[in-house]
Design a protein around this ligand. Structure first.
Ligand code: ADP
Ligand code: MG
Length: 698
């Protein structure tokens, strides 16, 4: 069988060298096996016929039975077209051909009964089927079951390898060869999950007789794909834990106990306590920790990170906290210094703007171990930053860092430091399971008590006057306001002008000295930004006009109104992040989404979702449905999820099934050494080799 599957596609009847080359180039099909692994993306039930008067906008391909009349050529020369009328007992549609007019005209017999097949389009108010497939009823061989549709390309189309052409090739393979595929799932896993065999699935995915067969085939093939992904992940994790020795932190240690008992500003939430237990357990195993901490904005991740860092320090190692922006790093530094002010712990801050002299001193103190806790930006990654013994690295807003950057922190020590990556952009569970399957995941799913919910409102330009009135009222009550403009690379100049125009308009409506305004955007010098930011933090200004630079982490509890201009241009994750800037104090908070009147379907859905819920995980689910997994994780990382048939935004249930099966298998046989797991082992080894080692990217 292997031989058949690896036979070059050129040798399939109906292919030949020229088409083979195209199939390789366009679809990556080199062999019989590759062709079989090209699955249909859709099916049409060929037993169902439409009537002319039933055609609607939702119709895709359909088939009709009737007669043809009024065949006429329109235009001449190269723009010659052929049109005809097709009629059944309920009405008629137009048929149109843009190519091969003369030839088709000759072959049509007026008055004869035809089956036509195609995709209707409304052209100038008339339902029209361009390039229909015509089969005289008398020639119709009964076509059982469902017709599969394969993706093709323009080049393949022009050589007759449109969906129908590919379907014919697949039919040829099945007609000329006996396709029996070796089973690659253990019998018990197949049984537990009610999966059909691989051989059966291959036939049913291409030549299904009914809906049930399509379902069975899809389940089996999706499961298989996801199962191997999970298995790969768990094996990687096993290898990492086995190969990499980690620090063992035996004790909670004095700093942590002192802080916990004497300086904790408030009772930890249940979720914070649970996550700390999980981290503490990791520290005790002596294995290397690689943990993702997901928690909505404002859920209190910083405090969890701080306690973990204090345990590290209590065990005579240093800890580092890396944040994506300077503002955020300084804010962490201030918060943490304040929390630890009565404790004998030396905290350092390193950012791009740390002056040379301070830097030199800092480096010395890091090497000697005098600085126990270092907070900073990307500057932490630089080579001269060397520690005496770095025991834990916390990475805040991890999605802001590239893979290589995170990996760099691993190498700051001979024994790699424990890694805790934190994100306030929750990833749906099934996606986390797949993408971060080799990490341990902790979730803070509870907000600290006493938070007032944020009310989210969607408004249009016509409400501007009312909006300004509302802003004045809130300012009169002593609150502060964020006003955020989009600024994205593709339209940077225009966006920047909008921001400036907006700032001017606001300055006119909120004149000095009664009102004080701050402005912060990416084009400002770091120290100017810092100055403006500080004025707002200290409560000296009422309104902060800004771009998304304030999206991440900034904490000004007195700011209770977030206004987002052109909100339709932001993604859900970003909107949620921005909204998370308010609702941090004791006052009721508001988020106002300002949009244009005309919204796309997707934009509407985003606004509705924001208005409906403040639950980050729910928002992440909607985001996954709207954008798909690739976009959600960032293009840089989506290659890993190059799936052939499974769809992570729809197949969550199968992900869970596959995850469970893979976990049970690896618990039973962690290194796949049992004879019945030979086939699995071989395939996993190939997978492990074919992908970069992203288990160490933290
Ligand atoms: P995030 O998870 O978004 O990083 P932070 O760590 O910045 O959230 O915490 C948000 C706010 O909640 C901070 O002002 C912090 O002091 C406060 N906070 C954290 N934990 C608790 C708690 N258990 N009880 C009350 N307030 C808390
Ligand atoms: Mg935070």
């Amino acid at each position: 069988m292997n031989e058949l599957l690896s036979t070059p596609i050129e040798f399939l009847k109906g292919v030949g060298p020229q088409k083979a080359q195209l199939l390789q180039k366009e679809l990556g099909i080199f062999t019989f096996g590759d062709l079989l692994n090209t699955y249909p993306f859709r099916y049409l039930d060929r037993s169902i016929y439409h009537k002319c008067n039933q055609i609607s906008y939702t119709d895709n391909y359909l088939q009709l039975v009737g007669t043809i009349s009024n065949v006429k050529e329109i235009g001449s020369g190269r723009i010659k077209r052929l049109s005809a009328r097709f009629t059944d007992d309920t009405g008629s549609v137009e048929l149109i051909w843009f190519q091969g007019a003369s030839w088709i005209k000759q072959s049509i017999v007026v008055g004869l009964s035809y089956q036509i097949f195609g995709k209707p389009k409304l052209i100038s108010g008339v339902w029209t089927i361009p390039h229909p497939e015509l089969t005289p009823i008398k020639d119709l061989t009964v076509r059982a079951g469902f017709q599969p549709f394969y993706s093709s390309t323009e080049k393949l189309n022009s050589k007759g390898l449109h969906s129908r052409g590919i379907e014919k090739l697949i039919q040829t393979i099945f007609a000329q060869h006996q396709i029996i595929l070796p089973e690659c799932l253990p019998e018990n896993i197949k049984k537990d999950n009610q999966l059909i065999s691989r051989t059966e699935a291959m036939r049913k995915i291409h030549l299904p007789q009914n809906e049930l067969e399509i379902k069975q085939a899809r389940l089996r093939l999706k499961f298989e794909e996801l199962f191997y992904l999970q298995l790969e992940m768990l094996i990687r994790k096993g290898v990492r834990i086995k190969q990499i020795q980690g620090f063992r932190f035996e004790q909670a240690g004095t700093p942590m106990l002192d802080f916990y008992n004497n300086h904790l500003p408030f009772e930890l939430t249940g979720a914070q306590k649970r996550v700390l237990k999980e981290i503490r357990k990791d520290f005790l195993t002596g294995n290397h920790m690689n943990r993702l901490l997901q928690g909505d904005v404002g859920s209190g991740k910083t405090l969890v990170a701080l306690v973990a860092m204090l345990i590290t320090i209590g065990n005579k190692h240093q800890a580092a906290l890396m944040a994506p922006t300077e503002i955020l790093a300084s804010q962490h530094f201030e918060t943490i210094k304040e929390l630890l002010k009565q404790m004998p712990i030396k905290v350092g801050l390193l950012t791009g703007s740390t002056k040379k002299a301070a830097r030199t001193l800092l480096f010395e103190e890091l090497l000697s171990g005098e600085i126990q806790l270092l907070i900073g930006t990307h500057a932490l990654l630089e080579d001269p930053v060397q520690f005496k013994s770095l025991g834990l690295v916390v990475i805040d807003e991890q999605h802001r860092f590239g893979v290589a950057q995170r990996a760099k922190m691993w190498r700051k020590n001979k024994i790699p430091p424990h890694i805790l990556v934190m994100t306030a952009t929750p990833i749906p569970r099934t996606l986390a399971m797949t993408f971060y399957g080799d990490l341990d995941v902790s979730v803070i799913d509870e907000l600290p008590p006493g938070r007032k919910p944020i009310q989210t409102i969607h408004r249009f330009e016509s409400h501007r006057v009312a909006l300004f009135g509302f802003m004045r009222k809130e300012i009169a009550l002593g609150r502060q306001i964020y006003l955020v403009y989009p600024l994205i690379k593709e339209s940077e100049k225009l966006d920047f002008n909008n921001l400036m125009d907006g700032y001017e308009a606001i300055s006119r409506s909120f004149p000095m000295p009664e009102y004080q305004l701050s402005i912060v955007h990416g084009k400002m010098k770091a120290e100017d930004k810092e100055y403006e930011m500080q004025r707002f933090i200290k409560g000296e200004t009422h309104i902060m006009v800004a771009t998304t630079v304030i999206e991440v982490g900034v904490n000004v509890p007195n700011a209770s109104v977030m206004i987002i201009e052109s909100a339709e241009r932001f993604g859900l994750a970003q909107l949620h992040q921005l909204r998370g800037r308010v609702g941090r104090g004791a006052e009721k908070s508001y988020c106002v989404l300002m949009t244009g009147a005309e919204l796309s379907k997707e934009a509407k859905k985003r606004m509705e979702t924001m208005v409906r819920t403040t639950d980050g995980f729910e928002i992440a689910e909607v985001d996954l449905q709207l954008r798909g997994p690739g976009d959600l994780l960032g293009t840089q990382q989506s290659g890993v999820l190059d799936l052939k048939i499974a769809d992570l935004s729809k197949d969550g249930q199968i992900v869970v099934m596959a995850r469970n099966a893979a976990r049970m298998l690896t618990e039973d046989d962690p290194e796949l050494v049992k004879p019945e797991h030979q086939a699995l082992r071989e395939r996993v080894l190939v997978l492990l080799k074919s992908r970069p080692n992203w288990s160490t990217i933290g």
